[in-house]
Design a protein around this ligand. Structure first.
Ligand code: BGC
Length: 779
């Protein structure tokens, strides 16, 4: 039955009935119907509107209204929406006579990406707040903070007239070299999915739609537009899809963006399995799906797969859609469905509902939140003999290029046009520390000369890392005499469209290493301490140098207020409470995916076989007893926490189990702790990781001596693993061990419960089978 045509049929019956009632009534009704013959879109008449649309109009809804302003890599900004929101990434076309306004789409995950200056008029600016990179925010392990940041982000989109945010991005961090890792949250699907859900809740609470991306397995940038991610059904369900499943089910984002890559032989936007069978049938998703920008090959296949919107959209693609319907290649019913999902999304937008944006977001309030988000997310990795916090007024010798020119965000489409940013140097000065000026002057000159010699390019592709300034030995010695402590920043940046190199990026250069050694030796000889700051967007090698300094802070790429936040942690105004959302291996080769990254053939990989299967991140390190440099979930505090009194509501699981335990601050400073629950599940027919994160909670700020009871409920899905043979989630019978820990390797409490008989938790579609056999890792 054709719902869209049938609507017209019903309308005719309605008319006939009215004729019978009488001439007068007929006249009135007929008049109404003729008025309604060009219906105006409302949330109640989407089907009627579609019934009145021409084929060309339908095509103009599914093909985005973006306009390329040059090649992505040359220009940085694409899809400029002149006259409305310049610099926005894309749009959905308007059809004014049907009451359909334009819908504006803009990036991205750390802030609004639009042109900050318009028509060369600097009297009015359109800056966005540049929040910490997502991996950093994930280090907060704080769902409430994520929601607050989402709300602030949403409000900036709203004030600047953006209807749908192209955020959050939360592909799984499979390998440290993915250039885009900073844009993503974690190697663990549960942590990542929960944080993404909070971000979506926040954004959508403002009336702006969120887009979860990139669906799915966009785990690398090398040949990202063509590479085929070959992944087992189980690893897809338990790792790569799971993070989306959680976020989508818990937060119902307006839109999903498919990825550039293929999964098991099919481009993600062209995959019916992915966009219809999994997303709509298995998960019940009812929003619309859009492509990533210029993704895939065959737009008709994309529409048929359930990928409703093609972005950024080209004129010729509209004709292609019209032609495909006329030739019978594309059933108009399918096109109608695509249009219906998009129109339903449009009826929710602020613009559709008459909101007039004022270009005036509360940037001051958001800057404060940006600082707090960074403070809550800095991770203290090492702190021998209470090196940190540093007393105010201390004299600091500040080394490292990025102490003065701090990396605050990634490159690529998540780069934000911010009004200002606070470097580490500025933050320390703002906080009342004294910084050695002669040393600073040397760095300033070096950085300025380098800037002139290598002017900054656009923000896509390989990032040029400025070689580290090597301070002469005499200067280091002078600083060691004239200051109290050395702080040294190690800086790395990367982003969209290029993965990172092992040498000189993931690993420090020889010059960097020898400078770190020199500084440490010279300062230690003077009995002075040394603190390293890691100003990075992703995992780097740490094992070869982490013994050198007295303290290490992972400060990530901390957003525009980063310097102030870092200084507040250094001074002890803020007690660090972040924990790592990714594993730092001893050697790159210790990462299970290192054998298969970025795929084969090496230069332009056609396929990347995920042979590590479900053993991503700590699932591998823990299960195969490989000691990392810093484990997943790790992070110190200026205080200490005690875990006690774990109680389970029962010892035999039926539908759920409640549990609780107590965290006590047994140190001398107020602080927050992130408690983590790792479940060890019995291996029956399925191979299992030794433990997996199933719950986490961050305490409130606990004063010394203060306690907080943490409560969790484990349900069936929390126990389940994916049985590919039968395409279902099952909880196998046997003994389950609840481990409560301060990290994935620091368990403090444990208890056991039993499942008597295997539980069939959820049956799903048999889809996305790999086309080739994968030699998958098992224990
Ligand atoms: C990125 C997306 C982004 C889009 C629009 C693409 O290159 O992969 O994440 O939303 O551009 O700017």
């Amino acid at each position: 039955m054709n719902r869209y045509k049938n609507y017209k049929g019903k309308k005719v019956c309605f008319l006939i009935a009215n004729i019978i009632i009488g001439t007068f009534l007929f006249a009135v009704r007929a008049q109404e119907v003729s008025k309604n013959s060009t219906p105006q879109l409302s949330e109640y008449n989407v089907i009627e509107v579609i019934a009145s649309m021409t084929l060309e109009e339908k095509a103009s809804i599914v093909i985005g209204g973006g306009r390329m302003v040059g090649e992505e890599f040359e220009n940085g900004m694409i899809g400029e929406m002149d006259g409305i929101v310049p610099g926005a990434a894309g749009s959905i076309n308007s059809i004014p006579h049907l009451g359909i306004p334009i819908t504006i789409l803009a990036d991205g995950p750390t802030g609004v990406r639009i042109h900050p200056i318009r028509n060369n008029d600097s009297t009015k600016t359109y800056y966005g707040t540049s929040f910490p990179v997502p991996t950093m925010m994930a280090s907060s392990w704080d769902v409430n903070l994520m929601q607050e940041v989402g709300t602030a982000l949403g409000s900036e989109f709203k004030h600047y007239g953006v209807d749908v945010a192209l955020a959050p991005a939360f592909n799984i961090i499979r390998n440290p070299l993915n250039g885009r890792n900073g844009e993503y949250y974690s190697e663990d699907p549960y942590l990542s999915g929960k944080l993404a859900a909070s971000m979506v809740h926040g954004i959508q609470s403002t009336g702006v739609g969120a887009t979860v991306k990139h669906f799915v397995a966009n785990n690398q940038e090398t040949n990202r537009r063509k590479v085929d991610a070959v992944i087992s059904e189980r690893a897809l369900r338990e790792i790569y899809l799971k993070t989306f499943r959680i976020a989508i089910k818990e937060s119902n984002p307006w839109a999903v963006m498919t990825a550039y890559n293929k999964v098991n032989g099919v481009y993600t936007p062209e995959s019916y399995d992915l966009n219809t069978k999994i997303l709509r049938e298995d998960w019940g998703y009812n929003g619309f799906v859009m492509t990533d920008w210029r993704a895939g090959k065959d737009i008709i296949a994309q529409l048929k797969a359930g990928n409703d919107l093609i972005e950024p959209g080209f004129e010729k693609q509209k004709a292609e859609v019209v032609e495909a319907v006329k030739s019978g290649e594309l059933d108009e019913e399918i096109l109608n469905q695509n249009v219906e999902r998009i129109l339903k999304g449009i009826t929710k937008t602020l613009r559709f509902n008459g909101y007039k944006n004022d270009d005036n977001p509360d940037l001051e309030a958001h800057a404060k939140l940006c600082k707090r988000a960074a403070e809550e997310s800095i991770v203290l990795l090492k702190n021998n003999t209470q090196t940190l916090p540093l007393q105010k007024g201390k004299k600091i010798a500040l080394f490292g290029n990025t102490s003065y020119d701090t990396f605050i965000n990634n490159n690529g489409s998540s780069d934000v046009s911010f009004a200002y940013n606070i470097s580490i140097y500025e933050g320390l000065v703002n906080s009342g520390f004294t910084v050695h000026q002669e040393l600073k002057a040397e760095y300033d000159t070096y950085i300025e000369n380098d800037r002139i010699a290598f002017p900054a390019k656009n923000s896509f592709g390989k990032v040029r890392l400025r070689p580290e300034f090597i301070a002469p030995k005499e200067l280091i010695e002078k600083c060691a005499l004239e200051t109290d402590v050395a702080i040294v920043s190690i800086g790395r940046n990367s982003g969209e469209a290029a993965d990172r190199e092992l040498e000189g990026d993931y690993k420090l250069t020889e010059a960097e290493l020898s400078q770190l050694k020199n500084i440490t030796n010279i300062f230690h000889q003077q009995g002075k301490k040394v603190i390293f700051l890691m100003n990075v967007g992703g995992v780097i090698e740490t094992a070869s140098w982490k013994d050198l300094p007295d303290a290490i802070l992972m400060v990530w790429q901390p957003g525009q207020e980063g310097g102030n936040a870092i200084a507040n942690v250094i001074s002890g105004k803020v007690n660090p409470s972040g924990k790592l959302p990714v594993t730092f291996p001893v050697k790159y080769e210790d990462v299970a995916s290192s054998k298969n990254f970025p795929g084969t053939p090496a230069r332009r990989p056609k396929q990347v076989i995920h042979e590590e299967g479900i053993y991503v991140g700590y699932r591998y390190f823990n299960s195969f007893n490989v000691k990392p440099s810093y484990e997943f979930g790790y992070g110190l505090s200026y205080t200490n926490f005690e875990y006690s009194a774990l109680k389970l509501s029962k010892s035999k699981f039926k539908d759920s189990i409640d549990l609780e335990f107590t965290i006590t601050n047994i140190g001398e400073k107020a602080g927050r702790e992130v408690a983590q629950l790792y479940l060890s599940t019995p291996s029956g027919k399925l191979d299992k990781p030794s433990e997996e994160l199933r719950k986490f909670a961050k305490t409130r700020l606990l004063q010394p001596g203060e306690k907080q009871i943490v409560k969790f409920t484990l349900n069936k899905m929390d126990l389940a693993s994916f049985d590919s043979q039968n395409s279902q989630w099952i909880a196998e019978s046997g003994e389950y061990k609840v481990n409560i820990g301060a990290s994935s390797m620091d368990f403090r409490l444990s208890e056991i419960f039993k499942v008597k008989k295997e539980i069939e938790v959820e049956k799903v579609n048999k889809v996305l089978e790999p086309l080739i056999e994968i030699e998958e890792l098992t224990r």
